[in-house]
Design a protein around this ligand. Structure first.
Ligand code: FMN
Length: 444
């Protein structure tokens, strides 16, 4: 008989923020014949607990002797009576740990069971199992168990992907198999016990085969469990970055940070947002690791956490420009109207700079220039250009650059210089793109 059992947060998600993943299909008779097998079902306090009554019922119908052990939290989700009814056996809770009439249930349960399935395994119980804690009947049973243990985690996506849970799961995975070296089956191996009879050797190898099938299935469980949720969790994390980028203000803040480190106050002044609002945007960016901080006294300075953030920003801008006619219209009406001459390419600038045939002007504010300009560039902030343009060598073309492809400063600079009779052009894109192309930047 094939017994399929599905556990997990199936769609619709049971509560907001809960993942639809972690769906596990247990095909019981692929593991071991169920008739007369003693299976302990450990049920923890997760939302999926209500589904386990069905599993307990199916295992019982398939001929297994099923003992359900509920944690205190599990009993809040489903009454022990439900499990007692479907299995025809008393459902055990922590109160049974202290009963005199049962003979040391914490040890006997674990000793006599052919299989212990902990389902749903909460983050809390997984943590306890990983650390060998034994503070309730279920964890004591798990610690005393000589049989294979199947752990079926079920929890919300954030709890599952939390580094602590992942570390605990890893600990348990690494321990898989180690348990068997202390088990009866391992102790019965002919190598260690050469005096064993042929009959007991045959018996032990039979047990071994059965158990190794179980072990194999534990691995399969882990795979089955982790495969669908693995991708879901990954994409959920990727989507967090997408959500953090889903604001024009935050994109603008990132473009400013691509020029160099800034305080909240400086960013607020540059974007025209309030300090509180800017700070909230920065928190969102920081939570997903797009920006990093440095504290100096009471002041917090922000910077891009990774140069790849600049790349990401550039890719988003390029896609939007290709896909949305509106972006092209805005660019044409604001930027091309100011300067429709082809900008100087990076390769051309490098070549002309080597021949000293060009004056490179960084028109960004001094603090951005100080964070690291193009080699040989001089800083003439846009606001000072009119007053200081007389100092620029007349015979050479001026190449102006600023923050990036949508920054107006270099457009306005070349417009002003040309009006005053200078030969001037823009550099394609800005400093972040120069840096991303792997070209040299002076140390700030
Ligand atoms: C409505 C509700 C649903 C919960 N669902 C889960 C869950 O699916 N997975 C989980 O790990 N914890 C869940 N928890 C939290 C656990 O119940 C809590 O961590 C508890 O201490 C677990 O105890 P236990 O591991 O001894 O069963 C939930 C809590 C509540 C109130």
């Amino acid at each position: 008989m094939t017994l399929d059992f599905v556990i997990g947060h199936l769609s619709p998600a049971p509560w907001p923020g809960c993942q639809g993943g972690a769906v596990l299909v247990i095909t019981m008779d692929a593991i071991l014949p169920l008739k007369d097998k003693h299976i302990v079902l450990g049920i923890c306090g997760g939302i999926a607990a209500f589904q386990i009554a069905d599993l307990a019922s199916k295992l019982t119908q398939a001929g297994a002797k099923v003992d359900c052990v509920l944690t205190e939290s599990a009993a809040k989700f489903v009454a022990p009576l439900t499990f007692a009814t479907v299995t025809g056996r008393p459902a055990l809770t922590d109160a049974d740990l202290w009963r005199h009439d049962l003979h040391v249930p914490h040890v006997t349960l674990g000793e006599s069971a052919n299989l212990l399935i902990i389902v749903p395994a909460t983050a809390n119980t997984i943590a306890k199992l990983a650390h060998g804690q034994a503070d309730n009947l279920l964890t004591v049973t798990a610690l005393a168990a000589r049989c294979p243990i199947v752990i079926v985690p079920a929890m919300d996506g954030a709890m599952w992907s939390n580094a602590a849970t992942q570390a605990n799961v890893e600990t348990l995975r690494a321990r898989r198999g180690a348990r068997h070296s202390h088990s009866a089956m391992a102790a019965n191996t002919p190598k260690k016990n050469p005096s064993r009879t042929a009959g007991s050797c045959r018996r032990s190898s039979l047990i071994k085969r059965k158990y190794s099938r179980v072990r194999l299935n534990i691995i399969l469980f882990a795979r089955m469990l982790s495969m669908p949720s693995f991708k879901k969790q990954l994409f959920e994390q990727f989507a967090r970055v997408g959500r953090a980028l889903g604001s024009g203000h935050r994109m603008e803040i990132l473009e400013l940070l691509a020029q160099g480190e800034r305080s909240v106050e400086a960013l607020a002044a540059l974007t025209g947002l309030s300090v509180a609002n800017t700070s909230q945007h920065l928190q969102q960016l920081r939570r997903v690791g797009l920006v990093a901080t440095r504290k100096e006294g009471l002041r917090v300075h922000y910077r891009l956490a990774d140069p790849a953030v600049s790349e990401l920003l550039g890719a988003m801008q390029r896609i939007a420009e290709r896909q949305f006619a509106e972006v092209g219209r805005i660019v044409r009406s604001y930027l091309s109207a100011k300067d429709d001459l082809e900008p100087v390419s990076r390769a051309e600038l490098l070549e002309r700079a080597a021949r000293c045939d060009v004056t490179i002007v960084d028109v960004r504010p001094p603090e951005e220039f100080a964070a690291g300009p193009l080699p040989g560039a001089r800083n003439v902030p846009l606001g000072e250009l009119e007053a200081r343009r007389g100092k620029l060598p007349r015979g050479r073309e001026v190449v102006a650059y600023c923050r990036g492809p949508y920054c107006l400063m270099s457009y306005e600079a070349v417009e002003l210089l040309r009006r005053k009779g200078h030969k001037a052009r823009r550099l394609e894109n800005g400093l972040p793109e120069w840096r991303l192309a792997g070209l040299p930047v002076e140390q700030g």
